[in-house]
Design a protein around this ligand. Sequence first.
Ligand SMILES: [Zn+2]
Length: 306
Amino acid sequence: MQASHAIGVDLGGTKILAGVIDRDGSIVRRHERATPQDSQEHVLAELEAAVAELTDDSVGAVGFGVPSPIDQANGVVVRCVNVPLEDAPLRDRMHERFGVPVGLDNDANAAAHGEWRAGAGRGADDIVMLTLGTGVGGGVISGGTPFRGRNGAGAELGHVVIVHEGRPCQGACTGRGHLETYASGSAATAAAREAFGPSADAHRLVRLANEGDVQAKELLEDVARHLGSGLGSFVNIFGPQLVILGGGFGVAAYDYLCGPAEEVMRREALEPMRSAVRLAKAELGTAAGLIGAGFVGFEALDAAGS
Ligand SMILES: [Zn+2]
């Protein structure tokens, strides 16, 4: 019998979002708990508890979206940015605990998977999705298949260089001039603070723009044009039919980002890719990662059955 449901778990820096989804990506029931900050064992125990809370006989697989590169060959979470989880054999541990196929993916890949199957990317085979939040996450669907590169850790689109010898990147990244440094919510927050004082942030910038503030609009346009530089390169590399912008900042600021970003993207992209691509706003909101993780679970289930 084909299992009708999968559990998707989206591990975030502050919350673990878990849900049971069906094959259409509808959330049947969901559950949320805080992400522990004290130890790896505590994080793993809470992930187990989140799955145990939801599982029943209809659930045939579990998928996880985690903020880390994934070693797909070994089912290992390499290193999370803001959660104490490193070199963690999550796939084997969860498979032993629950006895069903388990899939792992990077959180941005999972969000792209969710939008592809159940959101803005339904029906498309070639998609680039960027999640603009604290960082810039990237996910690619190429020829109807999630693109992950040889070791499963691709595609880290936020860490492509758009400014040679530019600003230092965030966190553990040693690079300079990366897209994430110019087009993330954190970048917008930094620009907002410089212009409007230490209490300002990216969302205040959007609110000010909504109120007609010219400087706020200019700052968002600057973010958007840097974003467009990255998008133009992605269009040239992947030839997508659709570029989806998601993430908390990407969705909140979409109306300000889409025009200038698209203008620069089309300037940089070559034909025939330039004419084939369109830009869209993510549709699944904060549930994209959870829903996508559920589909990563179904993917593991189908691979186990074939
Ligand atoms: Zn970087």
